[in-house]
Design a binder for this molecule. Structure first.
Ligand SMILES: N=c1c2ncn([C@@H]3O[C@H](COP(=O)(O)OP(=O)(O)OP(=O)(O)O)[C@@H](O)[C@H]3O)c2ncn1[C@@H]1O[C@H](COP(=O)(O)O)[C@@H](O)[C@H]1O
Length: 112
């Protein structure tokens, strides 16, 4: 069975290998092709996948919600790879926030 606990780390390793600087081949890899087109290309995909997730949710379609969330996460992971960031950093940030109510966090912000 697939080890889902480490899937983000393994996917990040794969995506890093697709970076142009690491010899990613646009002819052989969707990710390498997307990364070779620069940030505008994968940032546009993030917007599209987010919209598709919203539409799946509005249709209350569980299978599509899962699939579109996976598409969105994948394209966010492509962005992290481009910017030299790791999913572990995002997970660490979520862990740091654990137990802090969003309402309490918002109330603690300096007034602008
Ligand atoms: N998890 C994914 C993944 N999720 C989605 N996609 C691709 O993301 C693309 C975008 O989805 P769309 O439905 O928008 O398809 P599309 O309309 O053809 O896309 P566009 O041509 O408009 O960009 C599709 O080609 C999907 O196959 C993914 N492609 C790759 N991965 C992972 O990345 C690894 C490396 O993939 P390659 O770089 O292609 O070898 C794979 O082994 C997988 O683990």
């Amino acid at each position: 069975m697939t080890d889902t606990a480490t899937v983000l780390a393994r996917l990040a390793d794969t995506l890093e290998s697709r970076l142009p600087a690491n010899g990613g081949d646009p002819a052989a890899s969707y990710t390498a092709k997307l990364l070779s087109r620069g940030p505008d290309a994968f940032l546009k995909k993030i917007g599209e996948e987010a919209t598709e997730l919203v539409m799946a949710a509005k249709d209350n379609a569980p299978d599509r919600i899962v699939a579109e969330t996976a598409d969105l996460w994948f394209h966010c992971m492509v962005a992290l790879a481009h910017y030299g960031l790791r999913p572990e950093q995002v997970l660490q940030e979520l862990a740091r926030r654990e137990g802090t109510s969003g309402l309490a966090e918002k109330a603690s912000r300096p007034v602008n």
